[in-house]
Design a binder for this molecule. Structure first.
Ligand code: MF3
Ligand code: CO
Ligand code: CO
Length: 253
């Protein structure tokens, strides 16, 4: 499966879709606080996405039942919003927004800390943020995906954290998930060579230590087997001559 090299018009469309996803994530995150439920986040994402003339890419994707993934605490990814999940002081939550605007997708997520969280929760969250940026900074024409994964892994290790290997980033464009699969670990000099016009996400999920994962009976919610916290950040980038163009930066973030 080959990696799409987008032309300038397509890159502009990916940039616009990224801006929409980023704006929705930003708008929703300002409303996240103790006492709300994750179903509230789903409602806000639906409203905000529609107000921008976009659609939530995740809704109905392979049967996913909501417009946004909300992953609380030990949930690694793909948490389903629910009225029963009420945020409390000390919680960590990842909010993952993917928007389709004029036929192209933007995908971005952030981990938020609710009130006062323990030191390990803070550490895994800061590690995930730093690991995402380490990966983004490794993007340039001629670099390889293994270079990107190796930088992410090295950053996670420097924080004493582990990279979840079961999930990766993905190419993005006219579809939400496209080739390549973007591993968040790797060996320098290995993997596909990056070229201007390629677009993909970098979205490392980190845990405090190597840990097995469990899938809930809902078929989506993925958790750490030992209940330890997991954090994630995600941006959609386009490879340019100058390096990574981050399409999902939010104003005011
Ligand atoms: N936004 C998620 C990602 O980063 C996609 C989740 S697929 C869904 O790739 F169906 F769970 F929404
Ligand atoms: Co993604
Ligand atoms: Co996402």
């Amino acid at each position: 499966m080959s990696i799409t090299v987008h032309d300038a018009t397509e890159v502009e469309a990916i940039v616009r879709a990224g801006a929409v996803a980023a704006a929705t994530l930003q708008a929703v995150c300002t409303r996240v606080r103790a006492g709300i439920c994750t179903a509230d986040i789903d409602a806000w994402v639906r409203e905000d996405t529609a107000a921008r003339g976009a659609t939530p890419s995740q809704l109905g994707y392979q049967g996913f039942p909501a417009a946004v993934c909300t992953s609380v605490g030990s949930v690694v990814c793909h948490g389903i919003p629910s009225k029963a999940t009420v945020l409390r002081d000390g919680d960590l939550i990842n909010v993952d927004v993917t928007s389709c605007f004029e036929g192209f997708h933007g995908d971005t997520s952030r981990t938020l800390l609710i009130g006062t969280v323990d030191a390990d929760t803070r550490r895994v969250t800061e590690a995930a943020r730093a690991a995402m940026w380490a990966g983004i900074e490794a993007v340039r024409p001629g670099a390889r995906l293994g270079d990107v994964g190796a930088e992410i892994e090295a950053c996670a290790t420097a924080f004493g954290c582990s990279v979840v290997r079961e999930f990766g980033g993905h190419g993005i464009g006219a579809r939400m998930h496209m080739p390549p699969h973007v591993e968040h670990t790797g060996r320098p000099g290995r993997g596909p060579r990056l070229r201007p016009g390629m677009a993909f996400t970098i979205e490392p999920m980190l845990t405090l230590h190597p840990v097995g994962l469990e899938l809930d009976e809902d078929g989506w919610t993925c958790r750490t087997a030992d209940g330890s916290p997991s954090a994630q950040f995600e941006h959609t980038i386009v490879v340019t001559e100058a390096g990574a163009l981050v399409t999902t930066l939010a104003e005011g973030a």
